[in-house]
Each structure stands twice: as structure tokens, then as C-alpha cells.
Design a binder for this molecule. Structure first.
Ligand code: F0G
Length: 357
């Protein structure tokens, strides 16, 4: 076999000095990370913003979501400790990532999912990678409670973000943003569900600042869906509901981390309605050709909200995490598109007739 060179080594090897690994750690990687920071000027113009917006397009990770950054760490450490079985609760992306990295590592994987509330693509990933896939007659919070109980048995390794190494891996996205921009942005927008990611980003920005790799710190702007907004309401939500199934969570595990990120950075955690989420989802797709999950659009809807309230100073540098690929949830895409293919006879005249030229 001829030699192949990999210019990007995955997030653990790239940022090893900031991660709890040693030279002996058996790194399990799918070469995740190094995702593009895409400027979206047409979207900004459409929402009448007067700032620069870059989207951290995490859809281009190996399993098409940001979860791969944390999962390379979680599966690597599980392997290092000699675990045989990994388990997680998930709204879909964590389970897809866990299933893929467990397959890569040769570990058994068990995923607990809220029945009927998982986007089709995510379910397909867990099944194809061979994870034991369990549908719980309950929601994500129920599934996570059971996973915590299983973890206490000591027989399995929990790879949800209650496992601290997940947060460690996910903070590398903040490093990449600073490396690309040459500094931290003024604001960072992102969707919030179980609140691990906002916790991770804030840790990443702070560590890079402390290491003098960034001069500034961003204000952290986290967005929940109105029907699943415990952090905004200040109490758990028993029956969370939102079209953005990825963030359909009523009792986030990293509650405190999210509140600290908002408070320490002079940021905000607020909510947007499903209607606002789907508006932003479609607008991004139409103006920029980027397909993201509805959950990502919560961050964009939040930005639209802030344009309306005049909270963003002109000329600001803004980044937002697009956490997962829109192809994971094709059903919602077809619904939001609002039309079906036009069926015509197989001749040029028939096609011309529907072209409206
Ligand atoms: N966006 C997407 C696409 C997600 O899948 C998630 C979380 C979030 C945002 C929120 O991130 O939980 O760190 O605040 N998905 C988890 C899962 C819960 O099981 O896949 P968070």
C-alpha cells in the first residue's frame, strides 16, 4: 500500500496539550474537527444585520454533527480504561456519534432514545453502525436518568456529556474558531439543549485566552426552543416539545455550566418559538445554500431576535455553531420546502411549460 499523508490529525492530536491525554493514550479518531467557518453575507443582508457572521459548520464532521469532537475523547478514554460497553441517552446525534466511534474502536454500544422523536437519519446511523438501539417510552430526560443509573453499576461507560471528557473534546471547536479568525469573536451564538456544548465552548474560549492564543472573550448567546426552555424559565420542563427534536430536553445535565457561561461572559440564554426556528432554517437554506438541522436555526432565530432589539453593535464579529447537518432530518426539510416535485410527461414541451420563462 502506498503511503497516505493526513495533514489534519483529528482534534485529540491537534490539541493534545489542552486535553487529558498522554503519548500512550490509544486515540480513536475519524479525523473529526477542522470544520469550515463559513461567511454568510447574504443571510446577514436578508436579516438587515450590520455585522460579519461566520457559521462554524459542524455538519462536516464524520457523523455530520459536533458530537464527534466529544466522542473521539469519550471513546478513546473508554478504550484506555479497558471498557467493553459504552452507553448513552440521546436525541439522536450523540447516539449516531457513539455508535460510529464504538464501531471504530471495536466496543459494544447501547443507545437509549426517546421513542418516536428521533430524526430518520440519526436513527439510521445508530442502526447501521450496529449499536443496540433501545426506544424508551419516555423523553430524553427519562433516558438520561436510566443511563446514569446504569453507569452507577460500573459495568458500562457512560458517554453522555455527564462524562467530563466529552466537554473537553467539544471545547476544541472554540480553539478552531480563534485559530481561524486570529482572535475570539465579539459574540458566539449557539443552540442549547443538554447544555454541554455552551459549557464546552466557554471553557475553550477561556483556556485559549489564558494561553494567550486569543486577546478577547466572546459574549455567549445560547438559545433554547420555547417549548423546551428550562434554563430560561428557571425550572425543569416536564414535557418538553419542539420541532427541533435535537434540543427537546427539559432538564439539562450541564445546567450550571450554561448559566456560568452566560453570566461570566455577559451573555444571554433565551428562547425562540418553533415558528421563528423554521423561518431561520428556511432563510439560511434559500440565501446561502446551507442545510442545517432545525436546532441550529434556533441560534440563527436568536440572532434575528437580537437584530430586532438592536443589541448587536454595528461592525460586530459574530460566530454561530451549526451543530448538525440538515440531511439528518429530511422529513422536516420536505415539509418546510412547501412544495413537491412537479410531475410532467417526458418531453421538452412539458418541461418548458412549467419553467415559466
Ligand atoms: N444541536 C444539535 C444538532 C444537537 O444534537 C444538540 C444536542 C444540540 C444542538 C444541543 O447541544 O445538548 O450540548 O446543549 N444533542 C444531544 C444528543 C442532546 O443527544 O444528540 P447541547
Amino acid at each position: 500500500m502506498s503511503a497516505v499523508s493526513y495533514p489534519w490529525p483529528g482534534v485529540i492530536r491537534r490539541y493534545a496539550e489542552f486535553l487529558p491525554v498522554t503519548a500512550e493514550t490509544p486515540v480513536v479518531t475519524l479525523l473529526e474537527g477542522n470544520t469550515p467557518l463559513i461567511p454568510v453575507p447574504s443571510f446577514v443582508a436578508a436579516i438587515k444585520g450590520r455585522f460579519d457572521l461566520y457559521l462554524k459548520y459542524e455538519a462536516l464532521n464524520p457523523t455530520c454533527s459536533f458530537k464527534d469532537r466529544g466522542m473521539t475523547m469519550a471513546i478513546t478514554k473508554a478504550k484506555e480504561r479497558g471498557a467493553k460497553v459504552v452507553v448513552c441517552a440521546s436525541t439522536g446525534n450523540t447516539s449516531a456519534s457513539a455508535a460510529a466511534y464504538a464501531a471504530r474502536a471495536g466496543l459494544r454500544c447501547v443507545v437509549l432514545l426517546p421513542q418516536g422523536k428521533i430524526a430518520a437519519g440519526k436513527m439510521a446511523q445508530a442502526l447501521l453502525h450496529g449499536a443496540t438501539t433501545v426506544s424508551i417510552e419516555g423523553n430524553f430526560d427519562d433516558a438520561l436518568r436510566i443511563v446514569r443509573e446504569l453507569g452507577e453499576s460500573g459495568l458500562v461507560e457512560v458517554v453522555n456529556s455527564v462524562n467530563p471528557v466529552r466537554i473537553e473534546g467539544q471545547k476544541t471547536a472554540a480553539f478552531e474558531i480563534c485559530d481561524t479568525l486570529g482572535d475570539a469573536p465579539d459574540f458566539h451564538f449557539l443552540p442549547v439543549g443538554n447544555a454541554g456544548n455552551i459549557t464546552a465552548y466557554w471553557r475553550g474560549f477561556k483556556e485559549y485566552h489564558a494561553a494567550e492564543k486569543a486577546d478577547t472573550l466572546p459574549r455567549m448567546m445560547g438559545w433554547q426552543a420555547a417549548g423546551a426552555a428550562p434554563l430560561v424559565l428557571g425550572h425543569p420542563v416536564e414535557n418538553p416539545e419542539t420541532v427541533a427534536t435535537a434540543i427537546r430536553i427539559g432538564n439539562p445535565a450541564s445546567w450550571q455550566g450554561a448559566m456560568d457561561a452566560a453570566r461570566e461572559s455577559d451573555g444571554r440564554i433565551r428562547s425562540v418559538t418553533d415558528e421563528e426556528i423554521l423561518y431561520a432554517y428556511k432563510l439560511l437554506a434559500r440565501t446561502e445554500g446551507l442545510m442545517v438541522e432545525p436546532a441550529c436555526a434556533a441560534a440563527l432565530a436568536g440572532l434575528i431576535h437580537c437584530v430586532g432589539t438592536g443589541e448587536i453593535p454595528d461592525g460586530s464579529l459574530i460566530t454561530a455553531t451549526m451543530t448538525g447537518h440538515g440531511l439528518k432530518d429530511p422529513d422536516i426539510a420536505v415539509k418546510v420546502a412547501g412544495f413537491s416535485p412537479i410531475v410532467v410527461p417526458a418531453n421538452r414541451e412539458a418541461v418548458m411549460a412549467v419553467m415559466n420563462l
